[in-house]
Design a protein around this ligand. Structure first.
Ligand code: C2E
Ligand code: CA
Ligand code: CA
Ligand code: CA
Length: 274
């Protein structure tokens, strides 16, 4: 409550006030970090099911505010989307990811893109420019999109996706199974890959129908000749289940958490000349 003096306090609208002020402060802090190119990127290995070797990495944005507080992307990505900062944030993540991944031969790079970015008519060109500047083979880049824009504005989504594909960039549908993306969506956009949402994997441990749902989902993608990545794999049992169901790529804490570019270098590349 707000103290107006002489013991008089007001209760109403205070929490709203505090929330909007807190958000405005957070937005300022994020803007400051972006202007210093201070967004960090962590990389999580993508594992080939057949061989168990790393075939790619997913770039995941990380933010520590100037005051030393770490925020998860679930907080600062929506904040950036609402405050018009997502384009610059996304480009910073892409640029830093390309810079790191160019030193990893034969490794694919997956980068998440917000539906808000896809709506920007300049988006495709900015990706193409970043690839050129980093001298990075477009075929090695995969853009991960979620179904939001595909459903709310399919025409714009299709334009953006076609532009990216024409430039040789791969497109993955992220978080499949968490929302309403249909068979029609899968076909229409010509995805190069589908990522099964972690919620379907988590359900394997406690829902007796989950195995059948997972199998049907992967079979659907395979029928459309779309390869499938399973994310959020934490146990050997889950790894086995998704492999048997037809996933060709696995990702999760069982193999590695998201780690810094330096850590990935040290673990997978340095001194490893074989
Ligand atoms: P996502 O694209 O589905 O990324 C996978 C998330 O699952 C990551 O969380 C990753 O750390 C986590 N994860 C991976 N393996 C496991 C596992 O075995 N168990 C569990 N419990 N979690 C696992 P993170 O890094 O917190 O990112 C959350 C979401 O934020 C991402 O979900 C993505 O939607 C978004 N995001 C992250 N970076 C970016 C970015 O640069 N741009 C945009 N637009 N969105 C981003
Ligand atoms: Ca993703
Ligand atoms: Ca995902
Ligand atoms: Ca997710």
């Amino acid at each position: 409550a707000k103290d107006l003096g002489r013991g008089i306090t007001v209760e109403f609208e205070e929490s709203f006030d505090v929330d909007t002020r807190r958000l405005a402060k957070l937005e300022d802090a994020l803007r400051k970090t972006l202007s210093n190119e201070g967004i960090d990127v962590a990389f999580q290995p993508l594992i080939q099911a057949g061989t168990g070797t790393m075939c790619g990495v997913e770039a995941l944005a990380r933010w520590t505010s100037g005051e030393g507080v770490r925020f998860g992307p679930d907080v600062f990505i929506p904040l950036a989307e609402r405050s018009g900062l997502i384009d610059i944030l996304g480009l910073q993540v892409l640029t830093k990811s390309l810079e790191a991944a160019r030193q990893w031969p034969g490794i694919g790079l997956s980068v998440n893109v917000s539906p808000v970015q896809l709506k920007n008519p300049n988006f495709t060109q900015s990706v193409v420019d970043a690839l050129k500047a980093a001298d990075f083979d477009p075929q090695r880049l995969c853009i991960e999109v979620t179904e939001g824009l595909l459903i709310s504005d399919p025409e714009q989504a299709q334009r953006a996706i076609e532009g990216l594909k024409a430039a040789g960039i791969k497109i993955a549908l992220d978080d499949f199974g968490s929302g309403f993306a249909s068979i029609g969506t899968l076909r229409r956009f010509g995805f190069d890959r589908m990522k099964v949402d972690r919620s379907l994997i988590v359900a394997l441990d406690h829902d007796e129908n989950a195995g059948a749902i997972l199998q049907a989902t992967i079979a659907l993608a395979n029928a459309l000749q779309i390869p499938v990545t399973a994310e959020g794999i934490e146990t050997e049992q889950q790894a086995l289940a998704v492999k048997l169901s037809g996933c060709d790529e696995l990702q999760g804490y069982l193999f590695s958490k998201p780690i810094s570019a330096e850590a990935l270098n040290a673990l997978y590349f340095e001194g490893n000349t074989a």
